[in-house]
Design a protein around this ligand. Structure first.
Ligand code: RIB
Ligand code: CA
Length: 313
């Protein structure tokens, strides 16, 4: 008897690294993506939606419905990251408009409806952008959201300074209030922090050339991230492509790449003058507070890269 597929919903602010993560999920045979929901984040909502449809087409497998969500954070003005992903969010390569279109239903309504239609504990949520849509769903239907089996969140910084403010990672910095709502929502969560794409998890020029030569999809994965390469060069002086969302998607899709996962007290800073959006991972238990979630501290990099290359072939 064939094993049942895991069922995923993916929430995404689709820029170039989200696009690769979406392709990974749509090509992974052990999961079925029930829906993609789009949120403002790396780029404005309209472009993120366009890019999400392009990513689904690039995957070349099946076409889950795409729902459009919130165009700004819960309580703040939108922050975007064209400097990192290009004006169009896909490296300004000039990809043609997608043929696929979106659904009419709002992303938040769709998330709640899909959970209502399915048995508790059967759907997992992977988030690749700010948590605005997900927080809105929690505020509207907290009991329905508890039907989620788990949430895997790309967000937060463990050790190093933030990648968007002194202390904070982009997805969380954009809408820390939303992150707070989600962390306190009573659904098990696993965080994939930004450090999981740094150092040897990144792709040097030789690895990038190898991936681009694998297939047209491999070429898309590298080309659409060309602005990220320039951003990392300028900001950090390294010729290394860092892909936060694919690392998180790897953590979500392939549990065997998770090397160290620890359960601990996890929270987000909402006040302060300099630290808005900083995440707290108390894995040394300084606070003596009960664990409320889990964080992946490291991954098996060679295995992750092997899988990524296989899936992009
Ligand atoms: O900090 C990582 C975030 O910005 C993710 O949303 C990813 O897409 C990156 O560009
Ligand atoms: Ca993203």
């Amino acid at each position: 008897m064939s094993e049942e597929k895991r069922k995923l919903i993916i929430d995404t602010d689709t820029a170039s690294d989200d696009a690769v993560a979406i392709i990974m999920a749509l090509r992974e045979p052990s999961v079925e993506v029930l829906a993609l929901t789009v949120v403002n984040g790396n780029i404005p909502l309209k472009l993120a939606t366009r890019n999400c449809l392009i990513a689904v087409e690039q995957a070349g497998t099946y076409t889950p419905p795409v729902y459009v969500g919130h165009d700004r954070p819960l309580m703040r003005e939108a922050v975007t990251a064209e400097a990192c992903h290009g004006q169009d969010g896909l490296g300004d390569v000039g990809y043609p408009d997608p043929k696929l279109t979106t659904e009419k239903e709002h992303a938040v309504d769709a998330i709640i409806r899909i959970l209502e239609e399915n048995p508790a504990g059967t759907i997992e949520l992977v988030t690749l952008g700010p948590l605005t849509n997900i927080a809105a769903a929690f505020m509207r239907a907290p009991e329905t959201m508890k039907k989620l089996k788990q949430i895997i969140i790309m967000g937060g910084q463990l050790y190093q300074p933030g990648n968007w403010s002194v202390t904070s990672e982009f997805n969380i910095f954009v809408d820390a209030e939303a992150c707070d709502v989600v962390l306190r929502g009573g659904v098990p969560f696993l965080i994939s922090p930004v450090e999981l794409c740094y150092g040897d998890c990144g792709f040097d020029p030789q690895e990038r050339a190898e991936i681009a030569a694998l297939s047209p999809t491999g070429k898309f994965a590298i080309d659409c991230n060309r602005a990220v390469v320039e951003f990392v060069k300028t900001r950090y002086g390294r010729n290394n492509l860092q892909l936060a969302d694919p690392s998180a998607m790897g953590v979500a899709l392939w549990p065997d790449i998770r090397k160290e996962v620890t359960e601990c007290f996890i929270a987000v800073e909402l006040g302060g003058k300099y630290c808005y959006g900083q995440m707290i991972f108390d894995y040394k238990n300084h606070l003596k507070l009960p664990a409320n979630g889990a964080v992946c501290l490291s991954i098996d990099v060679p295995l992750y890269k092997k899988r990524l290359k296989e899936i992009l072939k």
